[in-house]
Design a protein around this ligand. Sequence first.
Ligand SMILES: C[S@@+](CC[C@H](N)C(=O)[O-])C[C@H]1O[C@@H](n2cnc3c(N)ncnc32)[C@H](O)[C@@H]1O
Length: 285
Amino acid sequence: MTNDRQPSLPYFDILLQEMSAGGSELTQIFGEYTHWGYWSAPAMADGSIEDYKSASAALSRLVCDTANIGNGSQVLEVGCGFGGTIAALNDRFCDLELVGLNIDDRQLAIAIENIVPKNGNQVNFVCADACDLPFADRSFDVVLAIECIFHFPSRDRFFQEARRVLKPGGCLVLTDFIPREDFLPVYRLSGLVQDAIVAYTFGDVDIKFPLSAYRDLARKTGLMPTVENDITLNTLPTYSVLRYLCENRDNWLERFHYPAIAMAELAAQMGWMRYFLLSFAIADR
Ligand SMILES: C[S@@+](CC[C@H](N)C(=O)[O-])C[C@H]1O[C@@H](n2cnc3c(N)ncnc32)[C@H](O)[C@@H]1O
């Protein structure tokens, strides 16, 4: 299935181009999981490709463990990238029903090629918008959204859809970049320039949704926040690797990705923009 409503994802355009050219350091780092790393001991990060890969696997594992995924779970991962988390769950558990959903069929083609169901698991990939899920009500125990909700056309619509497809007792677990409340006015003032810098590298992105807005949205949707973990410090080594990758681009135009990375690093170090792990359970009404 293809999708006509392809959002702007410049970083994936570069990744896919380099994958089809045979690979690069960038694709080694982001060709499986395409997200920030999680270091339980950030001071021990060594900046190597192997270290980054185990940190990105650790972030995925943290999300899955927060969702209490176990043998037999029915799991929907929206914005599933190249399917790294689906592959890890397929390796780790049995009798799962796994669905990876992405709006970008180019990424799904790679996931489909790389992932062979095992351990009695069923694995399916679906090309669709996370805000318009093509599944029946109450189909999944878990909905995962790792580092992708900021791309969606509407967090509101996605929460309604996630709530609809979750079974009673199910949960939604996600990670997102969340601005500190008192920083939002400054952030909005610096608006256009900052938005243009972010868009040049990351495409359609909305990272102006504070924690209080998540709490309001959850309440409105019939979900209840159960985990709100600020893991910014555990993700900080990500930035030196990203800076290294930008500095070493052969194509000088691509060095213009550096400002987005430097800006994100400063915001994370200053605590203006934090990286959160959030979990929501279905609220009793
Ligand atoms: C930063 S990547 C994260 C990928 C994956 N979750 C991971 O952790 O490796 C963001 C993902 O969101 C996907 N995406 C963007 N907009 C989407 C939408 N409206 N519906 C579904 N997926 C979307 C992108 O194609 C991309 O795979």
